[in-house]
Design a protein around this ligand. Structure first.
Ligand code: HXC
Length: 514
């Protein structure tokens, strides 16, 4: 056959295979406000850069009427492309083909692109939209999931892994996203759960909708499984693109450097923290006053909001921020905020992103609920993550640094490289009120005017300990700085840390309090 004819044949085959599940299935997908798998990839990647592989893969299932079924691409698209010029590997499950269900060849396509991403040391993006294990393929489907989970684990800390939930992601299928670094969800489109509403109804007799059980809001606000929440798919793709600009291609590289910029004018750092230590403020205003162009990209914004984490740039280089949020529960540490920060610290450490910690917290949240929820175990993750991290680690104490919170928030004792304190810092075992009440309890009770005596003792304690100078006298903090000087000190600290090296004792790996 002449080349021209062969090319025509190729075009026809490509066109047919690219149709996915056909017009009817595509119309159904669109009717519920979803893009197709191909449209998603094209919207996310730089124009004209998507190179697709394995379009002609066919399934080999023969049981339950599968022998005669044509499933184009076996329900998943794989390939490579670029985002703002940075290479990425990508797969997108195609719900229009057998509900995007995962059979043997479908799984092989995913694991092929995963292996490719690991070998080429480039980020992997997985778009999930699937009815789960392909029921007709039995154990082959389960084997496929196992192969994916194994690769997710092996790729962890080597290449960035991003999961996008744009449809159902149910049963064991949820564990691939859960093993990845960042999970994106979209309102009214994403669903993630181990056991669905039908199972819950039949086993427990309880009625619950998909949204209430595991919708986008639930995973952004309640479970913490999702890191980014968007109103629609296009907003979600913008978020992914932005994330890609902040992170490196792999663990041997640094994030791409951007043109340095000053924080936006008009963001005055001096006016943010109120004089009254009991008054709240938004720590994100402090971050915006520090970072280039005042551009802070927050991660897990809606979950455990008493801790703020996210990326910003200092003089063009990416840094990870970990900050107590006085606006929410006075910024206390609890189970969820410890989990949230610990995972982010480990991410930054794995991918060469320096850490900047902004500290203002009254300590750990007291109460039976927290104790019984395992605040000892969860809180320990934070200590472990900071202690273990070897990237440059800088702490700025803005106001309160009380008790265990002082130690846990990247103190010198956990090997912070630089610890700065504002003159407003209060570093003590606990707040002056509580401290005076405990150490002078007897004297207060016996005093002629107990309330006046108590106030005197609170003031005395405050005078002695609620300032940065006792810690500075011991060298636990390096210097007391004016708020306005903070960016200057951070830039210098990061510059000085460029060749930081820490030799840890030889071991296979530690045993963190997972
Ligand atoms: C085979 C499937 C499928 C599956 C959907 N389809 N899920 N085929 N295996 N798991 C097919 C449907 O038969 C249908 O085919 C097409 O996909 C579209 O599905 P609909 O049901 O018409 O779509 P919709 O009404 O939107 O409902 C979507 C759904 C529902 C909620 C996801 O399809 C569903 O409940 N599917 C089964 C989910 C499930 O139980 N999966 C197994 C989980 S166990 P036709 O030919 O009619 O278009 C699991 C274990 C993994 O995943 C363990 C890993 C460790």
């Amino acid at each position: 056959m002449p080349l021209k004819k062969k090319i025509l044949e190729l075009k026809k085959k490509t066109e047919q295979a690219s149709l996915g599940g056909g017009e009817k299935a595509i119309a159904k997908q669109k009717a519920i406000g979803k893009l197709t798998a191909r449209e998603r990839i094209l919207a996310l990647l730089d124009e004209g850069t998507f190179h697709e592989y394995d379009l002609f893969v066919e399934h080999e299932a023969r049981d339950f009427g599968m022998a005669t079924k044509v499933l184009h691409g076996d329900g998943v698209l794989i390939g490579t492309g670029t985002i703002y010029g940075s290479p990425v590997a990508i797969f997108a499950q195609d719900f229009t083909v057998a509900g995007g269900s995962l059979g043997l060849m479908h799984a092989r396509k995913i694991t092929k692109i995963m292996d490719h991403a690991i070998k080429m040391r480039i980020p992997l993006i997985g778009i999930n939209d699937s009815g789960g294990a392909r029921i007709q393929e039995g154990v082959n489907s389960l084997a496929g999931y196992g192969e994916i989970f194994y690769r997710n684990t092996m790729a962890s800390g080597v290449i960035p892994q991003i999961s996008v939930i744009l449809g159902p992601c149910a049963g064991g299928a949820v564990y691939s996203p859960a093993l990845t670094d960042f999970v994106f969800v979209v309102d009214n489109i994403s669903n993630m759960f181990i056991t669905g509403p039908e199972v819950i109804k039949s086993v427990l007799g309880e009625e619950i909708s998909k949204e209430e059980l595991g919708g986008a809001r639930v995973h952004s606000e309640v479970t913490g499984n999702a890191h980014f929440y968007a109103k629609n798919e296009l907003e979600c793709f913008d978020q992914i693109k932005k994330l890609i600009t902040f992170i490196p291609w792999n663990n041997t590289k640094k994030a791409l450097r951007f043109e340095p910029q000053l924080p936006k004018k008009g963001v005055k750092i001096d006016n943010i923290v109120p004089d009254d230590p009991s008054k709240p403020y938004d720590v994100r205003d402090v971050i915006c006053a520090l970072v280039d162009d005042s551009d802070f990209f927050e991660v897990q914004k809606h979950w455990a909001a008493n801790m703020v984490i996210g990326f910003g740039r200092l003089n063009g280089d990416t840094v990870g921020f970990v900050a107590n949020q006085p606006l929410v529960m006075a910024g206390v540490l609890d189970c969820d905020s410890s989990d949230k920060a610990a995972r982010f610290i480990r991410y930054c450490d794995a991918f060469n992103i320096p850490l900047v910690v902004l500290e203002d917290l009254p300590g750990y949240l007291p109460g039976v609920d927290q104790e019984h929820a395992g605040v000892i175990r969860h809180g320990a993750k934070l200590l472990y993550a900071f202690s273990e991290a070897t990237v440059p680690k800088i702490t700025v104490i803005l106001r309160k640094a009380y008790g265990g919170g002082y130690i846990a928030m990247n103190s010198r004792h956990l090997r912070a490289d630089f610890v700065f304190a504002w003159p407003t810092a209060e570093i003590a075992v606990m707040g002056p009120e509580g401290a005076a009440n405990i150490i002078f309890r007897k004297e207060i009770m016996e005093a002629e005017n107990p309330e006046e005596f108590r106030k005197e003792k609170v003031a005395e304690y405050k005078e002695k300990f609620a300032n940065p100078y006792v810690a500075a006298a011991k060298g636990y903090i390096d210097t007391v700085i004016e708020p306005e000087e903070t960016r200057k000190f951070l830039l210098h600290a990061i510059e000085i840390s460029a060749n930081k090296e820490v030799i840890a004792p030889a071991r296979k790996h530690g045993v963190p309090p997972f």
